[in-house]
Design a binder for this molecule. Structure first.
Ligand code: PNS
Length: 157
């Protein structure tokens, strides 16, 4: 069984993330969407459990997708769950520059752990968690940038 892992901060998840999840779920038998618990990062918008709940709600229609929280190195967690491929979305050349280094380290130290980059759909290229956080902070309309179930959850913030 081919297991893929799609790691990220997902604070909060966007429709761009959902698009990547839906496409990645077709490439592997099982896709584990893994929310990083980073003890060095200050508290974001959502706590990790809320990020997980958001992802679970928005991916209910995808039977081969599981959402987890993890901490530590991605290569260690990937090994623990038998994932052989990491999925990452790429919105721009800037993203690619950042991701290449991470993918190379993960391959070198992770026993050949591969990374597949999926190009973000052009209509989602400008959407990011940080843009959504900023819109929330200043009262902007972000409803088109997150899945409907996540919008309902976020309206509380
Ligand atoms: O959504 P993000 O914040 O761009 O995701 C970054 C993430 C979680 C994929 C990356 O920071 C990561 O894999 N962190 C786990 C720790 C790790 O393995 N770091 C070494 C990477 S070379």
């Amino acid at each position: 069984m081919k297991v893929g892992i799609y790691p990220g901060s997902f604070d909060p998840m966007t429709i761009g993330h959902l698009d990547i999840i839906e496409r990645a779920a077709k490439l592997v038998d099982k896709l584990v969407v893994a929310v990083l618990i980073n003890p060095n990062k200050r508290q974001g918008l959502l706590d990790h459990e809320s990020r997980k709940v958001a992802l679970e709600g928005a991916t209910k229609h995808l039977p081969n997708v599981e959402v987890v929280c993890f901490t530590g190195l991605l290569i260690d967690y990937a090994k623990e769950i038998n994932a052989s491929v990491v999925i990452r979305g790429i919105r721009s050349g800037k993203d690619l520059d950042m991701e290449l280094g991470m993918a190379q380290i993960n391959k070198q130290l992770g026993g050949g752990l591969e990374t597949i980059f999926l190009m973000t759909a052009p209509e989602y290229a400008c959407i990011s968690s940080s843009v959504v956080r900023e819109l929330i902070a200043f009262g902007g309309d972000y409803s088109a940038y997150v899945p409907e179930s996540v919008y309902k959850q976020l309206k509380k913030y």
